[in-house]
Design a protein around this ligand. Structure first.
Ligand code: AMP
Ligand code: DBH
Length: 538
């Protein structure tokens, strides 16, 4: 066992479960680099990636990644290192990602929108030795300054690299400098993903080669990807959904072509769908609504679209039905989580199922239980918390033993914090949630994290952050504040205060209400469901 995979930081699968998953053929002993190499050998001259007028075949992508990986090895990167990675949706991300995996090190995937504050927390929990960011040329200077400060403030961080987009060719080392990919064990951590958390600190999710690749292969099959499929990638590339459900990894497994869009807005995506004859796209419900109402709908030929995956937040059946009718596509609902479990409605499901349920689990060995408040399993059709364990669901967050005590049951089930039931056909229906998160258009935001940042503000005596229902985004961030002496505070001031703390812009509050008091529960917690007493609104 490697030092950074000690019992404290990484909770492995038990030996008996691991050998069961191997026996069943779920875990095949393949590492990410084996997987990538196999895809690139098999589909060599197919186009893997297109962004605007740049294209890479599978073969070219492999060569770039191998060169970058060799370069990293030359820089002294080892298989024990965690490397925090941040990129916009550009070809460079794939080169950096597979380059890191080639070097044997482990990427820690961070959304491009994360601020210095969140990055610092991630570096501190993972004890990352490197931070690599790819940026548009215009943002290079700012990114370099942030990276320098991160290095100053985090002693584990020894090496930073800011790569301007389109300049990755600078790492085009001569063939002779290529070194072989480092061999790592397929049952160790391949990378860390971030969970939208309920705690003040981000939760890092350790996924192994064996477990993650199983979910990728199965997802590609369930979503019917093949060499002719053309996927448009619009969601942030570091998120689990566009990565693996079926995502770009599913596409690579099937030899499909991935098109990168600069934004998810219809004026950018619809012309691309027409031009490239895109067949599949993954969206969150808020984007689906944007596409549904777009004035651009009539201006482009969208008939090549065959399947739309929708997940990340609850999709209302009425909206689902309207979308299917208008776009004439097969809707595939996806209920998944970076911690593991992914459910899909199947492509041959009847319409009623695809619009009203979140589908079936990937594997017959995904164990899903619905439990009541006392932790007892409920029957089919009964509503309670969804808990799960299985061949690709983690057994603990990375380096957070205290969080693990509350996030997992004694017998190893991950407590999703989601509420739902399983219908008579075995489809899961998500009806609500227990966990204290705000789901703003699929982006998971921790209220307690924002509260702990705001409570330091000199005018704020107490603060409560809640999700307020929103027609398009599902929820928006609303802040209730009690001030010390009826000071005036505006939403703008609060947002600026958070920005000065280098918080990701997704976490900036949308609404502010100053109140005289909160209502408290019997044990003295702010009762977030209760109505507070407004004295002014901004
Ligand atoms: P994370 O743990 O940050 O990866 O976020 C996963 C969470 O997103 C789930 O536990 C759900 O709360 C939510 N989620 C994902 N997909 C869906 C869906 N199709 N319907 C409802 N909620 C969803
Ligand atoms: O929201 C998610 O995290 C999510 C949604 C759909 C996910 O991780 C996934 C599919 O794999």
């Amino acid at each position: 066992m490697k030092c950074n995979e000690s019992a404290l930081s990484f909770v492995p699968y038990s030996q008996s479960r691991a050998s069961f998953y191997r026996k069943k053929g779920y875990w095949i002993g393949e590492t990410f680099i084996d997987f990538f190499k196999n895809c690139c050998n098999k589909y060599g001259d197919n186009i893997a990636l297109i962004h605007q007028n740049r294209k890479l075949t599978y073969k070219q992508l492999f060569t770039h990644a191998a060169r970058y990986g060799s370069y990293l090895i030359g820089q002294g990167i080892t298989e024990d290192d965690f490397i925090v990675v941040q990129s916009p949706n550009r070809i460079e991300h794939f080169i950096v990602m597979f380059g890191i995996l080639y070097s044997g090190a482990k990427p820690v995937f961070c959304l491009d929108g994360l601020g210095e504050y969140e990055l610092s927390n991630v570096i501190s929990i993972s004890q990352a030795r490197c931070y690599i960011r790819t940026v548009n040329k215009d943002d290079q200077e700012v990114a370099q300054k942030i990276a320098d400060r991160l290095k100053q403030n985090n002693s584990s961080l020894k090496y930073i690299e800011i790569i301007p987009i389109s300049e990755i060719d600078a790492f085009n080392l001569p063939e002779s400098d290529l070194v072989p990919a480092r061999r790592v064990s397929p049952d160790t951590i391949a990378f860390l993903l971030l969970s939208g958390g309920t705690t003040g600190v981000p939760k890092l999710i350790p996924r192994t080669h064996d477990d993650y690749l199983y979910s990728v292969r199965e997802s590609a099959k369930i979503c019917d990807l093949n060499e002719k499929s053309k996927l448009l990638l619009v969601l942030p590339i570091a998120h689990n959904f566009p990565m693996s459900s079926p995502g770009f990894l599913g596409a690579f497994y099937a030899g499909s072509c991935v098109y990168l869009a600069d934004t998810a807005s219809p004026d950018v995506c619809f012309p691309m769908i027409e031009k490239y004859k895109i067949s599949q796209v993954s969206l969150v419900p808020s984007l689906l609504m944007l596409w549904l109402d777009s004035v651009f709908y009539d201006r482009f030929d969208l008939t090549s679209l065959r399947v739309i995956q929708v997940g990340g937040a609850k999709l209302l059946p009425e909206i689902a039905k309207q979308f299917v009718d208008k776009f004439n596509i097969v809707l595939q609902q996806v209920y998944g989580m970076a911690e593991g479990l992914v459910n899909y409605t199947r492509l041959d499901d009847v319409l009623e199922t695809t619009i009203t349920t979140q589908g079936k689990k990937i594997s017959i060995d995904d164990e899903i239980l619905i439990i009541n408040e006392d932790g007892y399993p409920l029957g089919q059709g009964e509503t309670g918390q969804i808990i799960t364990k299985g061949p690709y669901t983690i057994n603990g967050y990375y380096n957070l033993p205290n969080v693990n005590k509350v996030s997992f049951t004694d017998d190893g089930y991950y407590k999703t914090g989601d509420v739902g039931y399983i219908d008579s056909n075995g489809n899961i229906v998500v009806t609500g949630r227990l966990k204290d998160i705000i789901n703003k258009g699929g982006e998971k935001i921790s209220p307690s994290e924002i509260e702990s940042l705001l409570i330091d503000h000199p005018s704020i005596k107490d603060v409560s952050v809640v999700g307020e229902p929103d027609k398009i985004l599902g929820e928006k961030i609303k802040v209730y504040i009690i001030t010390h002496q009826a000071e005036k505070l505006t939403l703008q001031e609060l947002r600026k205060y958070l920005l000065n703390k280098h918080v990701a812009w997704q976490k900036l509050p949308d609404k502010l209400e100053i109140v005289k008091t909160f209502e408290y529960t019997l044990i003295g917690k702010v009762n977030k469901r209760a109505k507070a007493y407004p004295i002014s609104e901004s």
